[in-house]
Design a protein around this ligand. Structure first.
Ligand code: NAI
Length: 680
């Protein structure tokens, strides 16, 4: 390749014969390792092998970071395992070329250094990272259903020892520069202004590499490995089912079998990743990743960042929303009828900040951003008002009438209602176009999705502003129409109700929950209902039953009447001890009905089809994204509609018909199925 042909890497050689190789992907805002980027790197490395520089530094010219990983778009394109293996071997060849350079090599890191980027850094002799809070390092491949595949498994274990390396790879967690340094994954964490000097100092006087303490290398001994591997498999099995998520098990296996022999382990790593990446789980998880990115893209806009957010209602939701917005850097005021509520909001916000921010100075900065404002003095300053008061249309309308005259003309009004059509609220407003639904999920700090509800009167511009705001507070915006239950609650409710019907029929609660978990749900439906609160479930079910064909089970009403509301009262369907449900084993001779899983999942799927027919969401991708990020629907299945297509539309339809014959019209296939059947 001639210099003019280099598109991605810029080479710079200084007077001390040190080479600086800058990555700056011309066609992207973030650096990733595509095939082309790697091939260009290979040309440079071959050249450097010939010219023997005194040292090499790899760095990024992108503001946001070093390298965010391999190019995920290429992951979905492998024809078969063989094609995947070829691509992975190419990566190995190039990283080995880097590793075998006969001079000190340094990865100079800022911002993202993840996946393939981290593996590249591990192939250098030294790693120096900016100690800023934006720096994040890690090997998160397991989240995409694979494990590191460019030699990262071998090198991470070599530099950090098996316990740390496997922990980082099995959890896929991100590390700050300081944490990565403590774990030996990098050599130095320094302030940004010292990065270059630190690199020069290393290049001029490369220190001896420290070897791992004896006890850490000893854990790789062939007599220890089977025991340690067994323990790791046991720990992983508590979080991930092997049948659904094979990657962590493949990683443990790789270490246990091959760590004694570097060359074989490198080879087997490639074989294992080629197999995983062409498997269903990885392909579906890659789909989920892409869905997530497309939700983020929906909010790509120049909409001005609000300077002041005013939240009204400091209960379960409003308090958490206010705290979350302050944590995300916004100036927030919180208004409520009751002083005590405001005091509680401040206390819980402190708990959240302490947990997330750790450092007292940064905690204080976030606390300063959250202003108690019981009477609502800040209404006139607000760019966005978020209403989260009682779920009662009259109360909400009255509030809107009262506050609108105090607002700026440009202020956006958002409601967190979970069931009231926006049209029932806009009659209280002079400017109905400014009302948009911003439907958060509980718990706010954990649930990544916000439904952006467009009412009949909401203006497009305001919907865009609301989506941009959702993104600005690190949440995924899902545009939905203003219809009962929107998407997520509407789909979730038939599933929860079916679980309650099963319980009424005498199926043990644990059996119901286990069936859902075996399908891949993060939590069983009975435990979920108890966690959300049975009063809330009942309220949403009653509202949905007014417009949709839903019968509310009597047992749910009885439990609420008795005041057994679930986790918050210590008793619902389950009894809770220390916040955990006590789950009784079913009798040994109990035989559960064979169709529990079908009953639960197909009611959900049938409702998704109904939502698509009703245009609650625009397309299947958005429906899948909403259900995965709003309910936790088994991510490795790629979403409910993707599940239907993989299983076969005809087959799912026929199963619904069978269930309808057995259990009645609640399983009647929605008319929306006809479209899929015609297409099939
Ligand atoms: P909540 O009952 O815990 O809190 C409501 C708060 O609003 C109370 O602190 C009350 O003092 C205050 N309030 C009532 N009227 C007021 C007024 N006129 N001015 C100022 N403050 C007033 O209710 P929660 O659960 O937080 O729900 C709030 C909204 O969020 C509802 O619309 C609900 O449907 C929605 N939502 C609730 C979810 C949940 O899991 N609880 C999930 C998603 C949405």
């Amino acid at each position: 390749m001639s210099d003019a042909e280099f598109k991605y890497w810029k080479i710079e050689q200084d007077e001390e014969n040190f080479v600086w190789l800058h990555l700056d992907r011309a066609d992207a805002s973030t650096n990733t390792l595509s095939a082309e980027v790697l091939l260009e790197l290979e040309s440079h490395l071959q050249q450097l092998h010939r010219q023997s520089p005194r040292g090499l530094v790899l760095l990024s010219d992108k503001e946001n970071g070093f390298i965010a990983g391999a190019d995920i778009n290429e992951f979905g394109q492998f024809k078969d395992q063989h094609a995947a293996l070829e691509a992975i071997h190419r990566g190995h060849r190039i990283f080995n070329l880097l590793e075998s350079l006969n001079c000190p090599t340094i990865a100079l890191i800022h911002g993202y250094c993840l996946g393939g980027g981290m593996e590249l850094a591990l192939a250098c002799q030294y790693r120096i990272a900016d100690d800023d809070s934006k720096t994040c390092l890690g090997l998160p491949e397991v989240r995409l259903g694979i494990h590191p595949g460019f030699g990262g498994t071998v090198r991470a274990i070599e530099v950090a020892g098996v316990l740390t390396a496997l922990n980082v790879m099995l959890t896929g967690r991100s590390l700050s520069a300081k944490a990565a340094c403590k774990m030996r994954l990098i050599d130095y964490a320094v302030p940004k202004r010292h990065l270059k000097n630190a690199a020069y100092s290393l290049l001029r006087h490369p220190p001896e590499k420290k070897s791992l303490p004896f006890w850490l290398t000893w854990l790789n001994h062939r007599l220890i490995r089977p025991w340690l591997a067994k323990y790791m498999v046991y720990t992983v099995s508590k979080k991930a089912n092997r049948a659904h998520y094979p990657a962590p098990y493949a990683l443990i296996d790789l270490w246990e079998k091959y760590v004694d022999d570097r060359t074989t382990m490198l080879h087997e790593e490639a074989v294992s990743v080629a197999k995983l990446i062409t498997g269903k789980t990885a392909q579906n998880l890659i789909r989920v990743f892409n869905l997530q990115e497309s939700l983020k893209d929906l909010a790509k806009t120049d909409a001005a960042r609000p300077r002041h957010v005013h939240v009204i209602g400091g209960g379960v939701m409003g308090g958490d929303i206010a705290a979350w917005c302050a944590l995300q850097g916004f100036n927030v005021s919180i208004q409520d009828n009751r002083h005590e509520t405001i005091a509680r909001v401040m206390k819980t916000a402190y708990g959240l900040f302490k947990k997330r921010l750790k450092h007292p100075r940064i905690i204080k900065t976030s606390l300063d951003k959250l202003m108690p404002d019981q009477p609502g003095y800040n209404l006139s300053r607000a760019d966005i008002v978020i209403e989260a008061i009682f779920e009662d249309p009259d109360v909400k309308r009255e509030l809107f009438r009262k506050i609108e005259p105090q607002l700026k003309d440009t202020a956006l009004i958002c409601t967190n209602t979970s069931s009231i059509p926006l049209e029932d609220l806009t009659e209280a407003l002079d400017k109905p176009e400014r009302l948009v639904g911003l439907h958060f999920f509980n718990p706010v700090a954990k649930m990544p999705l916000i439904e952006i509800v467009k009412g009949k009167h909401s203006s497009d511009e305001n919907v865009i502003r609301a989506s941009a705001f959702a993104k600005a507070i690190s949440r995924l915006p899902l545009p939905v129409s203003s219809s009962p239950g929107f998407l997520v609650n509407r789909v979730l409710m038939p599933y929860l109700i079916e679980a309650v019907i099963l319980a009424e029929d005498g199926v043990p609660l644990k059996v119901i929950d286990d069936e859902a978990v075996n399908f891949g749900m993060p939590m069983g439906p009975i435990e979920l209902a108890d966690t959300v609160g049975l009063d809330i479930c009942l309220k949403v079910a009653e509202i949905l039953s007014q417009s949709l064909d839903i019968d509310v089970p009597d047992i749910l009403k009885e439990l609420v009447e008795r005041g057994t509301l679930g986790k918050k009262t210590g008793k619902g369907f389950y009894t809770f001890k220390k916040g955990k449900p006590v789950k009784m084993q079913a009798d040994k001779d109990y035989t559960p009905p064979v169709d529990i899983q079908e009953r639960l999942i197909l009611r959900m799927v049938n409702e998704v089809v109904a939502c698509l027919r009703d245009n609650v969401v625009e397309n299947e991708e958005l429906a899948d994204a909403g259900i995965i990020f709003g309910t936790g629907f088994a991510p490795f299945r790629g979403g409910p509609m993707h599940y239907v297509h993989e299983r076969g539309e005809q087959q799912v339809y026929k199963m619904l018909e069978k269930l309808q014959q057995r259990y009645g019209k609640r399983f009647q296939p929605d008319p929306g199925w006809q479209q899929w059947l015609k297409e099939a």
